[in-house]
Write a protein of this length. Structure first.
Length: 235
């Protein structure tokens, strides 16, 4: 099956042979893709709502993957057994909801090896939560699709064989907001996003000044200054 560039990008971070649980699977496209391409020997498509699961089941039947992918009703990780999979995917939802999902199952998080997480917003919340719960972020990536910038976080449980961990407990707060891995590797899409936001806010400041609306200008100028600081780090 053909899936969107973003979903294929997410799936590309699954290592061949990993057992995978896709939390909030929606239409089940990633599980179907992983099964169809023989990337994962076991895939569980999980969602809290019956509607998306029915759509996922229909799609699996349409692509003849119903015997390879298990569909499971679940509030987050609640019905996922300890150590049942190697990799957990949580994508397509807000950072605060992801934070809630992780905290509600914090006692079994360390029974899974890898995490592929892509929040739509409040990304800094997820980065801080992962660190607080003892999961180590080892990489981050970005993609642009249909007018939106998406960020991906890769985290692991066992850090024994990892020589370097990007984040530390006393990390500069800006790295949690913008992504230390992204800043360090000078990711072009992060640079593009920051410059786009600065251009947008500069134009908005000009409009607010013309209209005599000054209560938001200081906040916008502060945001621009912070982004310029991050851009300078990347140059």
């Amino acid at each position: 099956m053909e899936i969107s560039k973003r979903l294929e990008w997410i799936a590309s971070y699954v290592q061949p042979g990993e057992r995978v649980a896709d939390i909030g699977t929606d239409h089940g496209y990633i599980p179907i893709y992983l099964a169809q391409n023989n990337i994962s020997p076991k895939v569980i498509a999980m969602d809290i709502n019956f509607g998306p699961l029915e759509k996922a089941k229909n799609n699996m039947e349409a692509y003849h993957q119903e015997d390879k992918v298990e569909v499971r009703l679940s509030n987050g990780l609640m019905t996922l057994d300890e150590g049942e999979v190697d990799c957990v995917i949580i994508c397509g939802m807000g950072g605060r909801l992801i934070d809630q999902i992780l905290r509600e199952s914090k006692d079994k998080l360390h029974t899974y090896k890898r995490w592929i997480i892509s929040p739509h917003k409040d990304i800094e919340v997820v980065r801080k939560t992962l660190l607080e719960l003892g999961l180590a972020i080892i990489d981050e990536d970005m993609i642009y699709e249909d007018g939106h910038y998406y960020t991906l976080i890769i985290a692991i449980t066992d850090t024994k064989e990892v020589a370097y961990l990007p984040y530390s407990p006393n990390e500069n707060p800006l790295y949690f907001v913008y992504g230390k891995c992204l800043v360090t590797k000078k990711h072009p899409l992060l640079m593009e996003q920051l410059e786009m936001k600065n251009t947008r806010d500069t134009q908005l400041i000009a409009i607010l000044k013309e209209k005599g609306i000054i209560n938001r200008i200081a906040e916008l100028e502060h945001d621009i200054a912070i982004r310029k600081k991050v851009i300078k780090w990347m140059q």
